[in-house]
Write a protein that binds this ligand. Structure first.
Ligand SMILES: [Fe+2]
Ligand SMILES: [Fe+2]
Length: 476
């Protein structure tokens, strides 16, 4: 089951060759995908050789093959994790019953909306990053960018397969639309806000991988619990690839911190100007970028209290991350969850919601805890270097556009403040135009094997046990 057939036009482990109708439909979609990749992907690098991993199986061990590939020739395909024998529904009203191999008619539109929303984010990120290759800080980083790009392309395939295989004509139309919407497009933007934010520099890219891709990880984890088994299996395998994207974000930001600390040591100063004179990223600047991407990504989880979230949980459509191992009560029929909402008088008050309605908030809380891990690590580096500076995640009430705190001005700690105070202090909270200009000025491409740009430290090791000065991308 776990072997992937690479002799097929579309590599897969779903026995596509024996479903001619589906095979034809997907072979019809494939050239459109390739057109989209050529137009919206890292198209200026279509002819270069890149050291990439490609999925060749779905076992946790040894699932990937590494080798040199030109990106348009990457073998995008359909790979589902192996089925779990006698898998039962893990949460909601049908807890304990057998999982579904088809979408129940009554849940069809809810499933479709979730799959399309997830699917939309995958090509969106490729579009957002489409010009970054020109300003890479090293060949190692350039390769990682391209690895993420081809895998997000494959994640699009993963969702398109589900749409084509289980949603008939509606599914085929949605698959077309996934290639028609574009990040930041005025007329046909991507569905979710953060996926329309431009990513024009590598500091933003690493923040995106750390915060926004991590939202993807949590959405996939909760879909991997779904009672609709093909969707659960698809998402389980996507998570295997996703781990590298988290790694790129976390080590990217960690290397920036390390480089900044080196500069602070060399110059004997921790003033932002001194750090900038050496062409590195001062820590307050990094903090403002973290504030931006974290707060933007929090909105992706939706409203704190949501009847939609309650329905998808009750119906067994979308569970919680690690539903089986992290929770005792999988039905949540009578439990409650405490949330903090504005009290309408400029303060904060506690409110109690039925647990099922608070599932977005449960997910967001788990996400925030996961985001904190990297910050703890970076703060340890800063402390060990003898500096009295701590990177912090802003409050989840800060700069929200969705939910109870939407458009309520607060400071970074989440205390409600007047609109006037909020606007006055904002330049200290989010990257200013001059911050962005400075970061832009750092984005000079470095492509000599083993060399790094001055604003980022080298990684601890190369890819797949290769040395750091390996030519991960052959540009000529
Ligand atoms: Fe993805
Ligand atoms: Fe990703």
């Amino acid at each position: 089951m776990s072997a992937i057939d690479y002799f097929e036009k579309i590599p897969n482990n779903v026995d596509l060759a024996n479903d001619k109708t589906l095979q034809r439909a997907l072979e019809h979609w494939q050239p459109r995908f390739l057109d989209w990749w050529r137009e919206m992907g890292p198209n200026d690098f279509a002819s270069v050789d890149v050291y990439l991993r490609t999925a060749v199986g779905v076992d946790a061990q040894g699932w990937a093959h590494y080798g040199t590939v030109k990106m348009p020739e990457y073998r995008w395909g359909i790979f589902l994790a192996d089925p779990i024998a006698d898998r039962a529904i893990g949460f909601g009203d049908s807890f304990g019953q057998p999982v579904w191999q088809q979408v129940p008619g009554e849940f069809r539109s809810q499933f479709r909306r979730l799959i399309v929303t997830q699917g939309d984010t995958e090509p969106a990120s490729v579009e957002q990053q489409h010009r970054l290759g020109h300003t890479c800080p090293s060949l190692y980083d350039l390769r990682n960018l391209f690895q993420i790009n081809v895998e997000e392309g494959r994640h699009l395939w993963a969702m398109v397969y589900i749409l084509h295989a289980y949603f008939g004509r509606d599914g085929r139309e949605e698959a077309e639309e996934l290639l028609a919407r574009h990040s930041g497009d005025v007329d046909k933007p991507r569905i979710l806000g953060t996926f329309n934010e431009p990513i024009e520099d590598w500091l933003s890219f690493f923040c995106f991988c750390y915060f926004t891709d991590r939202d993807g990880k949590f959405q996939l984890k909760s879909l991997a619990e779904s009672s609709f088994d093909p969707l659960a299996r698809t998402c389980r395998f996507m998570l295997t690839e996703e781990a590298h994207h988290m790694f790129v974000g976390e080590t990217g930001l960690g290397r920036i911190v390390r480089r900044t600390l080196e500069v602070m040591k060399q110059t004997g100063s921790d003033g932002p100007e001194a750090v900038r004179r050496q062409g590195a990223v001062d820590l307050p600047l990094l903090q403002r970028y973290l504030n931006f991407w974290f707060s933007s990504s929090l909105d992706l989880f939706g409203s704190e209290v949501s009847s939609n979230a309650a329905t998808t949980f009750a119906n067994g459509i979308k569970g919680r991350p690690d539903e089986t191992t992290q929770y005792q009560d999988h039905v949540c029929a009578d439990s409650t969850f405490e949330i903090e909402v504005p009290d309408g008088k400029g303060g904060v008050m506690k409110d109690t919601s039925p647990m099922r309605n608070a599932m977005n908030e449960v997910l967001r809380d788990a996400y925030i805890r996961d985001c904190e891990i990297g910050l703890r690590r970076w703060n340890m580096q800063i402390k060990r270097a003898g500096h009295n500076f701590e990177l912090k995640l802003p409050s989840s009430r800060f700069r929200r556009a969705i939910g109870a705190w939407a458009n309520i001005p607060t400071d970074l700690e989440g205390h409600p403040v007047s609109r006037e105070e909020h606007d006055r202090r904002m330049p200290g909270w989010l990257p200013s135009a001059s911050d962005r200009d400075y970061v832009k000025s750092l984005m000079q491409r470095v492509v000599e094997p083993g060399k790094m740009a001055a604003w980022i430290a080298p990684p601890e090791r190369g890819i797949n046990n290769l040395s750091l000065d390996y030519e991960y991308v052959r540009l000529d």
